[in-house]
Design a protein around this ligand. Structure first.
Ligand code: NDP
Length: 272
């Protein structure tokens, strides 16, 4: 039929459960030594990818690799000590990774920091620190990887956004600004790369149990209750809930999805 004729043989080769596999793909995940990035690395290794994680501190990265690399997963995950805010190191990071493991198919911009302070107390230094990590570094690394992906006509880029980009959440002004900006960037990059088989999407996690959310909830006994009341499914998410969403967006099963922001939030984004 006409419809079938529209689907080139190569594009329809991977159908069924195989389309969800990351077999043969190389994934670079920033901030993979803990929290969401760590579980995302585990999920991607389980899906068959070779995964490279980064972070500023070596000890958690080493432990993460030891935890991931058991059994058949051995040699599927490796780490690089790298601070994403050192923008002039990111081209070299990508080059080093590709020289060792081959072309990067999947980039996940996961490394991020938060700061909980009333807006009027936020200094320029505070603001810039958050923006440097959550926005400037995301752009610089995406440009370094994106250039190569566009040239190869192959790639999936995933940003980790937040409910803070969707809603006004008190005391996270710089964080919200950075995540909203990332959402904007996703749409522009998705459009510019759309003719090159490079997809760009965001995942917007709700309340996920990690070190970051623990810190955000601390010092505010009501905050946990409020967050729970705003979560229709009545429970907080686990890092691997974000991990499996990332596996999907990275995989060929998501080959027609670009420019999207996928909430993984137990229903927070349903609203009231
Ligand atoms: P964690 O604090 O648990 O982990 C953050 C990771 O990023 C750490 O491994 C840290 O390692 C790394 N990191 C921080 N700064 C840098 C840097 N400059 N260069 C390289 N690595 C860095 O946080 P989460 O796992 O909770 O957060 C991961 C992402 O998910 C963030 O983008 C966050 O904004 C987002 N998110 C989280 C939510 C939650 O509820 N937890 C909700 C919505 C979004 P090291 O310190 O060694 O560098």
């Amino acid at each position: 039929s006409e419809l079938q004729a529209d689907v080139p043989a190569a594009a329809s080769a991977k159908t069924g459960p195989g389309a969800f596999s990351l077999e043969g793909k190389v994934a670079l995940i920033t901030g993979g030594g803990s929290g969401i990035g760590f579980d995302m690395a585990r999920c991607m290794v389980a899906a068959g990818a070779t995964v490279l994680i980064t972070g500023r501190r070596e000890a958690p990265l080493r432990e993460a690799i030891a935890a991931i690399g058991e059994g058949p997963a051995q040699n599927a995950a490796h780490y690089y000590v790298n601070d994403v805010t050192q923008l002039d190191t990111l081209d070299a990071l990508v080059e080093t990774v590709e020289a060792a493991y081959g072309p990067i198919d999947v980039l996940v911009n996961n490394a991020g920091i938060n700061l909980k302070k009333p807006a009027l107390e936020v200094t320029d230094e505070d603001f810039n620190r958050i923006i440097q990590t959550n926005l400037n570094a995301v752009f610089a690394l995406t440009r370094a990887c994106g250039r190569r992906m566009v040239a190869r006509q192959q790639g999936s880029i995933i940003m980790i956004s937040s409910m803070a980009a969707y809603y006004g959440i008190d005391r996270v002004v710089a964080y919200a600004a950075s995540k909203s900006a990332v959402e904007g960037m996703v749409k522009v990059l998705a459009s510019e790369f759309s003719g090159h088989n490079v997809r760009v999407n965001a995942i917007a996690p709700g309340f996920i149990e990690t070190e970051m959310s623990k810190v955000a909830m601390n010092g505010d006994p009501d905050r946990r209750d409020r967050a729970m009341r705003r979560t229709p499914m009545g429970k907080f998410g686990k890092p691997e809930d974000i991990g499996w969403a990332a596996v999907f967006l990275a995989s060929d099963a998501a080959r027609y999805i670009t420019g999207a922001s996928l909430p993984v939030d137990g229903g927070n984004s349903i609203g009231f």
